[in-house]
Design a protein around this ligand. Structure first.
Ligand code: AMP
Length: 397
C-alpha cells in the first residue's frame, strides 16, 4: 500500500461476514483478523478508518430486513478487542448520520458503518448509493477478497468515485492476488490441483481451466462419481449429476489430449445411508453395490493421491475429498491435508481455498502448515477460473 494516510479518512471495504451462533457470538474470526494489519497501517500513519462490510443475507423474501440477526453491532466488542481501542458505530451506512460520524472522526479513530446490505442499493450496485458511500472518505481501500467477485456498491461501484491515486488494495487483497498468481503464472512444476466437494456443476469451469495449466488433476468428493458413471461405472446411490455426464466425459478426453494426469479415487468408503452412524466399508469406486453410496476416498486412492501431492512443487486445493463433517468419512480429507502439509514442509508451495477445505484444514489444526490459506470461497474459485473479478477490475480505471 503506497499511501501516506496521514490526516486522511480512509473508506475501507472489509469482509466481516463472519459466522455467528444463536446468541450472536462470533464462531470463527478469521476474516476479521485478516483485515487488522491494513486497518492498523492506516492508524499508524495517522489516518482514520471508516469500515464497511456486509453481514449475512438480511433481506427477507418479502423484502423486509432482518436487522437484529445481521447488525454489525455484533462485531464491535471483538473488533475493539483485536484493535485494542474503541470502535465507533454508525447505525446508518450512508446519509446524514453516517456523514456526521465520518466528519467527526479524528486521526487514529475507527468507525464501523452498519451492514451495507441493509440497503437494496448495495447488491444492485446502485450508483446513487455508491456515491453516498464515496462521500464518506478521501481514500478508498478494498481489503475484502471474499466479496471481490461481486459487482456490489461497496465492493466495486464505489471505486469509480475515487481518482486512481486515491484508491487501492489492502494487504489482505494484495496477498490473495499475489499468492493466487504463484499458482497461475509460471508455477514451479509439477503443478497439482486437487478439486473436491459436492457438485461438478460448480466446478466445471475451474476443472477446464486447470486442465490447461496443471500436470496432475486430482478429483475427489462426490464429484468423482459423476466421472465414474460417465465412464460406465456402477456408483450405487452416490451423488451423481446426471445432466453433467457428457461434460464429465469431455473433460476426461480433454485431460488425455493435453497430457494431464487425471487422478480419480480408485476406491471409496461407501455407506448404506447419508448419516454419521451409517454402516460403512471399502469398495472400488466404479463398482458400488446398489443401495450404497461413496462418502470418502479409501486407502488405494489416498495412497495414490498422497504420492502425487508429495511429488508436486505447487499445489492448489479446493474442496473436501469426502463428507468430512462426519468423522467416519473425514479420513480421506485428513490424509490429503497431511500430505499437503508434508509437501509444504519440503519446500513446495501450497494454496488452500474454498470454505470447506479451509474449514477442514482449520479443524485439523493444519492451517499454519500450508503456504497460504485463502479467505475467499466464491471469489477464489472465480479467480482460478480465469475471470476478472469486478472488485479488482474496478481499481484499474
Ligand atoms: P462444495 O461446497 O461443492 O465444495 O462441497 C462441499 C461439501 O461436499 C461438503 O459439505 C461435503 O460434505 C460434501 N461432500 C464431499 N464428498 C461427498 C460425497 N462423497 N457425498 C456427498 N457429499 C460430499
Amino acid at each position: 500500500m503506497n499511501f501516506d494516510f496521514k490526516n486522511k479518512k480512509v473508506l475501507m471495504r472489509v469482509d466481516f461476514n463472519v459466522p455467528l451462533d444463536k446468541s450472536f457470538q462470533i464462531t470463527d474470526d478469521t476474516r476479521i483478523t485478516a483485515a487488522i494489519p491494513t486497518i492498523q497501517k492506516v492508524l499508524e500513519d495517522g489516518g482514520s478508518v471508516i469500515l464497511m462490510s456486509h453481514l449475512g443475507r438480511p433481506q427477507r423474501k418479502d423484502g423486509s430486513m432482518d436487522r437484529e440477526s445481521n447488525t454489525l453491532k455484533h462485531i464491535i466488542p471483538h473488533l475493539s478487542e483485536l484493535l485494542g481501542q474503541e470502535v465507533k458505530f454508525s447505525e446508518e451506512t450512508v446519509g446524514e448520520v453516517a456523514e456526521k460520524a465520518a466528519a467527526d472522526l479524528k486521526p487514529g479513530e475507527v468507525l464501523l458503518l452498519e451492514n451495507t446490505r441493509f440497503y437494496p442499493g448495495e447488491e444492485k450496485g446502485d450508483e446513487d448509493f455508491s456515491k453516498q458511500l464515496a462521500k464518506l472518505g478521501d481514500i478508498y481501500i478494498n481489503d475484502a477478497f471474499g466479496t471481490a467477485h461481486r459487482a456490489h456498491a461497496s465492493t466495486t461501484v464505489v471505486a469509480k468515485y475515487f481518482d486512481k491515486d486515491a484508491k487501492g488494495f489492502g494487504y489482505l487483497m494484495s496477498d490473495e492476488i499475489e499468492n493466487a498468481n504463484k499458482v497461475l503464472d509460471n508455477p514451479a512444476r509439477p503443478l497439482t490441483a486437487i478439486l473436491g466437494g459436492a457438485k461438478v456443476s460448480d466446478k466445471i469451469l475451474i476443472i477446464e481451466r486447470m486442465i490447461d495449466l496443471v500436470d496432475n488433476l486430482i478429483i475427489g468428493g462426490a464429484m468423482a462419481y459423476t466421472f465414474f458413471k460417465a465412464q460406465g461405472g456402477k456408483v450405487g446411490k452416490s451423488l451423481v449429476e446426471e445432466d453433467r455426464l457428457d461434460i464429465a466425459k469431455e473433460l476426461i478426453e480433454k485431460a488425455k489430449s493435453k497430457g494431464v494426469q487425471l487422478l480419480l479415487p480408485e476406491d471409496s468408503i461407501i455407506a448404506d445411508d447419508f448419516n454419521k452412524d451409517a454402516n460403512f466399508k471399502t469398495a472400488p469406486s466404479d463398482d458400488i453395490p446398489d443401495g450404497w453410496m461413496g462418502l470418502d476416498i479409501a486407502d488405494k486412492a489416498r495412497t495414490a493421491f498422497t504420492e502425487a501431492i508429495k511429488n508436486s512443487k505447487t499445489i492448489l486445493w479446493n474442496g473436501p475429498m469426502g463428507v468430512f463433517e462426519m468423522p467416519n468419512f473425514a479420513n480421506g480429507t485428513k490424509a490429503i491435508a497431511e500430505a499437503i502439509a508434508e509437501a509444504t514442509k519440503n519446500g513446495s508451495f501450497s494454496l488452500v481455498g474454498g470454505g470447506d477445505s479451509v474449514a477442514a484444514v482449520n479443524d485439523l489444526n493444519l492451517a499454519d502448515e500450508m503456504s497460504y490459506v485463502s479467505t475467499g470461497g466464491g471469489a477464489m474459485l472465480e479467480f482460478f477460473e480465469g475471470k476478472e473479478l469486478p472488485g479488482i477490475a474496478a481499481m484499474k480505471d
